[in-house]
Design a binder for this molecule. Structure first.
Ligand code: ADP
Length: 490
């Protein structure tokens, strides 16, 4: 797509509007002045026509009839194109007209028209027609009705047209002259106004995957129109930086984990291959390798779960999930954990203290509880109890998983939800943990706008509490969940 300059567009817009304004001024100015000049011209025609009528008088030699005083005909305004007139009485057949006026033209004047336009000797003329004009002069004994006159007075209109075009040209020239300083001012102020935007562009162009800091100038920050954009960009960039860093760390940690698991597998294989061995030794070696493969498989599964949880967060809710009973999902997780707990001689205890419903995917909730239960069972001594409590408190569904296990040192607690973080990495191989379970759980809890907290003390056990926004109508005490209370497995 062809790039365009905002600067140039704005300047073009200013020039176009200035030209439009100039054209408008010419149009309005000329039509107004034409109108007023025409009116003044019509007043002049009227005056001239009335003065022509005033030149008619009664004969004073006793003979009845009317005369016209030729000597007092007013001079024409135009030197070349003379004024034309015609005075006709309805009695006595008085008819006077200027040289050049063809009385036959009277017949071409539209009936009752007051003004009339025509061309005479190549010049445009405008005429006024006064009908039934009384005679100014008086005569005693004149029989009624008194005679009346028809007066036609015409004058060339070139002067008006000339004045109007002169005015149009003057306005046009003045508009063009005004355009020059306006343009200079517009260019200057547009450049000035666009400075914060240019600063913003310059600041944005310095952002890259290696340099996330986005620092627009103070001028750009204090521009009201740009502030929401800057805020949005900063939010997006800090989110992107976080996602990028997380992604990088994840890749690094995942590669490290995979490399370690593969190295263990390889060393077992090499040990078996470096010299011929007994059948039992091969069998033992293969069994160890099988264990390593299972661990590798578990790691890949965990990584997949983690990636899916991240994907869910990135995509958001495609559809609002249906409400789901929290206790039912806990029961599902407890049932799946029963075998593992029994193998480790750990008793599972379920205490539903209230009914709680949340809008979430049942599978996501089960995964959260499974991760917490797996840790609780994993780090609990034989013969101990792991308790799952469900209750509803001030609009939140609360699930706690308590164990009587080894606990976690306080120094590890702030990092415990980070991916691949293990409180005791030396035990990782023994426990089969990768430091992903709590991170996955936290991602899912965050996705459902909840919170997850961990309380632990070495040797005194651990309690992980998850709170999720509950659907209205949840009850704090008893209810149907009470019937499920204390389902215990060993
Ligand atoms: P892992 O797969 O290693 O269990 P998690 O993310 O679930 O990964 O846990 C991270 C670390 O937190 C574990 O390696 C373990 O050291 C510690 N941890 C988690 N839960 C418990 C618990 N209930 N008791 C003791 N330590 C725990």
């Amino acid at each position: 797509m062809k790039a365009f300059s905002l600067n140039r567009r704005l300047i073009l817009a200013v020039v176009a509007s200035q030209l439009l304004l100039g054209a408008g001024l010419v149009l309005v100015g000329t039509s107004f002045s034409k109108h007023y000049l025409r009116r003044a011209f019509d007043v002049f025609l009227q005056g001239r026509a009335e003065s022509m009528a005033a030149l008619v008088y009664y004969r004073d030699d006793g003979v009845p009839g009317l005369l016209f005083n030729n000597a007092k005909i007013p001079p024409s305004r135009h030197r070349v194109h003379k004024d034309l007139f015609l005075v006709q009485s309805d009695r006595d057949n008085l008819l006077r007209y200027s040289p050049g006026f063809d009385p036959a033209m009277l017949g071409r004047i539209p009936a009752n028209a007051r003004f009339w336009r025509f061309h005479y000797k190549g010049a445009p003329y405008r005429a006024i027609i006064l009908r039934k004009v009384g005679i100014l002069d008086t005569e005693e004994g004149e029989p009624l009705p008194l005679p009346t006159l028809t007066v036609v007075y015409a004058a060339p209109t070139m002067d008006i047209d000339q004045q109007v075009s002169m005015l149009g040209v003057t306005i046009g020239l003045v508009s063009l002259l005004v355009l020059i300083p306006t343009l200079i001012l517009a260019v200057w102020s547009i450049r000035r106004a666009l400075t914060p935007l240019n600063d913003l562009v310059a600041a944005a162009s310095t952002v890259s995957v290696d340099r996330w800091s986005f620092e627009p100038s103070q001028e750009a920050r204090s521009t009201r129109e740009l502030k929401p954009l800057i805020d949005a960009m900063q939010t997006v960039l800090s989110g992107l930086e976080e996602a990028f860093t997380r992604q990088r760390e994840f890749l690094g940690d995942a590669a490290h984990e995979l490399k370690t698991s593969l190295a263990i597998l390889k060393s077992t294989l090499q040990r078996l291959l470096n010299k011929p061995r007994e059948r039992e030794e091969y069998e033992r070696g293969l069994a160890i390798m099988n264990g390593d493969c299972l661990r590798l498989e578990r790691l890949l599964n965990r990584m997949l779960q983690s990636a899916r949880a991240e994907q869910r967060i990135a995509k958001g809710h495609e559809q609002e999930p249906e409400p789901v009973e929290v206790a039912a999902t806990c029961e599902g997780a407890l049932a799946r954990m029963a075998q593992f707990a029994a193998e480790r001689d750990v008793r599972l205890e379920f205490i539903p203290e209230g009914e709680a419903t949340v809008r979430a995917e049942a599978a996501d909730l089960e995964l959260i509880w499974l991760n917490l239960l797996e840790n609780a069972v994993q780090y609990s001594p034989r013969g101990s109890v792991v308790t799952v409590k469900v209750c509803a408190e001030t609009g939140m569904a609360k699930v706690s998983v308590l164990d009587q296990g080894c606990g976690i040192e306080a120094a590890h607690l702030p990092h415990i939800f980070q991916r691949f973080y293990r409180a005791d990495s030396s035990r990782a191989r023994a426990t089969g943990g990768f430091g992903l379970g709590l991170a996955i759980s936290k991602s899912l809890v965050d996705f459902y706008r909840g919170r997850i907290d961990i309380e632990s003390a070495p040797g005194r056990g651990t309690c992980v509490t998850v709170e999720l926004p509950a659907e209205p109508g949840a009850r704090g005490e008893g209810g149907g969940s009470r019937d499920r209370a204390a389902s215990i497995s060993r």
